[in-house]
Ligand binder design. Sequence first.
Ligand SMILES: [Zn+2]
Ligand SMILES: [Zn+2]
Ligand SMILES: [Zn+2]
Length: 145
Amino acid sequence: MSRRADDSSDAPDLRQAGLRRTVQREAILRVLEASDRPLSVEDIRARMMGKRPGIPTIYRNLERFAHEGWAEALVGDDQVARFVRCRSSHHHHHLVCEGCGRAVEVDACGLLGSLEEIEQATGFKLTRHVLNLFGTCPACQRNRA
Ligand SMILES: [Zn+2]
Ligand SMILES: [Zn+2]
Ligand SMILES: [Zn+2]
């Protein structure tokens, strides 16, 4: 893997996490940032400029991004994991339009009351949850009408 020393950084969050910046990581993040739709690993590779890493390398980076909260995998009806860039550093959810495929991040949860009820009903102490919301975006609703 090619590495280069930290110089002027346009990706400060990579440094904060103590990660070595690599050209590849930046290229993957750029591809995610440029897209308003979740992208599969193959989609990401196809959009990368210059020398492309292999699928396993891209996947490893995405797992790392997911671990750091920079990106997240959304699994649709076809069971394919597609990745989005996460903007918020807090707990949040993503909405995906099933018409056009666009994804929107919502910096809110709204589930906390229900989760407490579930804890009371089951005796579980919940530590995390994952919820992806699918529907029809305003533009697609207008086009349909
Ligand atoms: Zn996210
Ligand atoms: Zn739409
Ligand atoms: Zn939530």
